[in-house]
Design a protein around this ligand. Sequence first.
Ligand code: DGY
Length: 319
Amino acid sequence: MKVFISGNIAPVGLKQLEENNITITQWKENRQITAEELIEACQDQNALISVGPNKLNAAFLNACSHLKVIALHSVGFDQVDVAAAKKLNIPIGNTPGVLSEATADTAFLLMLAVSRKAFFAYQKIIRGEWKKYEPSPELGIELNGKTLGIFGLGKIGLEMAKKCAAAYQMNVIYYNRSQNTTAEQEIGARYVSFEELLAQSDVLSVHTALTPETKNKFTFEVFSQMKSNAIFINTARGGIHNETDLIRALQEKVIWGAGLDVTNPEPMEKTNPLLYMENVAVLPHIGSATEETRAAMAKIIVQNIVAGLKGEPLPFEVK
Ligand code: DGY
């Protein structure tokens, strides 16, 4: 059996694929594979491990309907036309559960970095602008006792809330499709309307999937309903916020700062104004990029591939 991997996965995954006598072909170039190249590469393969934002739309799936299984190197599956895959009987696997802590760590890191303007301060050293001790350079703000608003309280949102409550005794409010009573008991979170979430959050952290309901949810009009000292954090998907509107909201001081691990588009252009703002921290989609999490994701991917190739139900299937 043969699998095409459109990027890299942790060594443990490659090893386990080989142990299962699966022949690996990998995309090794330092750029995302194009849609045409991906179709071409999959022609003589039995399975695909999709790494990165390859669009697995109806056109791709129809052109690769011979694939027995597609395993995503992500928990998110917004890049896949799941209905089209279902029609073609191609099972889609993802990697839920194992990346919640690492992704929440990234959200926490961004929150702290923004609140202390850390990325901007670091850039000043690089530019040779650290000339003397300065008691009042661009000042940060403290997080202790502030209100954390979670947009989408699933596993990752819950981890972020726990960290913020433990480290800074933050009050947690959240907005979700439905109330999460387990989380409420665990961390004392309070369920609020979207409008309340905007009005009360000192830090608003996005942890929802990208869906038609959440796409372009954070527009200038929405940012305008937030506190002027609020920090916006997005480690979920870049398509959930409108980047032009976010830039405007920051430039016009409608909100105080922003931390992004996801952008729209990805990769972000190096000329993007967000990269040069003092209250902004941007990372290149490294939310779950730890040794431990990548290894755990790779093991799940192998389980999905092996099951799919045998025609068995995937242990972690996108329904
Ligand atoms: C995920 O798992 O969805 C991460 O964002 C990587 O794409």
